[in-house]
Design a protein around this ligand. Structure first.
Ligand code: FAD
Length: 235
């Protein structure tokens, strides 16, 4: 479907943790997009725009955006200023960071690697794969964050875990407190431990450009061809 300009209204807004906000924008009619796509939001009167991945499943009249406002630029300030009922101009939906159904036919394992709000497109992509497409192979999510206090959506991810034996999640903290029981460091720490058949997997990377460059290099060193690595850099 060709991207088009739409005007929605803020229906819900929640501070999930620290600088992370969830904003739900509701439209008059059902909106169509593929999990993994993003929306371009008008964030200033003079027409500046910022991109935000859609963090919810399609099929309804609303979209969720998951926004880290720590850069504190024009986009962050716009998101912080939004109140329930405010109008938002959305150009959507854009991008090719989606799971190709044809490639899924041969895939045995899917690896999703995120840092920070890079998890935004992954939640609907993973929910779509498991709940709707009934993908039977292994789906693994590695999520890199800094501190325990940065974490959110753990209950939602746990629910997916409960529903599907073939879904696994590893959270890696680069600056954990002394009691953190999980992985410490960067996402590469977990990737190096994976017992994957790197020939039959598909790899999706989303978040900071640094993480994506490092992970891309690591995967290629493991023999993963470029055609099986897909990424969305948040910059
Ligand atoms: C396809 C795409 C999808 C995206 N999806 C999301 C999403 O779902 N959630 C989300 O939070 N962001 C997402 N982003 C990033 C988002 O579009 C903005 O770039 C980001 O929110 C900063 O906008 P800003 O106007 O507040 O800051 P800007 O005015 O653009 O930048 C202010 C300062 O912060 C630095 N900066 C910019 N972005 C970041 C960052 N991500 N981390 C640290 N420093 C930064 C800049 O270099 C600059 O110095 C996405 C980007 C792309 C390209």
């Amino acid at each position: 479907m060709a991207p088009r300009k739409m005007v929605g209204k803020v229906e819900y807004k929640e501070n999930l943790a620290g600088n992370i906000w969830l904003v739900r924008i509701c439209f008059d009619e059902e909106v169509g997009y593929i999990p993994g796509q993003y929306a371009s939001i008008k964030v200033s009167e003079d027409g500046m725009r910022r991109s935000y991945s859609v963090a919810s499943l399609p099929g309804g009249k609303s979209i969720d955006l998951l926004v880290d406002v720590s850069p504190m630029g024009v986009g962050s300030k716009f998101i912080l200023s939004l109140k329930i009922g405010d109008a938002v101009e959305v150009l959507g939906f854009l991008g090719k960071f989606t799971v190709d159904s044809m490639l899924l036919l041969d895939a045995k394992q899917l690896l999703f690697v995120a840092t920070g709000t890079g998890i935004a497109p992954f939640k609907p992509m993973i929910e779509d794969l498991l709940y709707k497409k009934h993908f039977m192979g292994e789906v693994r999510l590695i999520w890199g964050m800094r501190f325990e206090d940065d974490l959110y959506w753990l209950k939602e991810l746990d629910n997916i875990n409960r529903d599907f034996d073939n879904f696994k999640i590893d959270v890696v903290l680069s600056k954990p407190g002394p009691d953190w029981p999980g992985f410490k460091g960067h996402v590469g720490v977990v990737i190096d431990r994976l017992q994957q058949n790197w020939e039959n997997n598909l790899n999706y990377l989303c978040g900071s450009p640094e993480m994506i460059n490092e992970t891309d290099k690591k995967l290629k060193e493991k023999g993963v061809p470029e055609t099986k690595i897909f990424y969305e850099k948040f910059f």
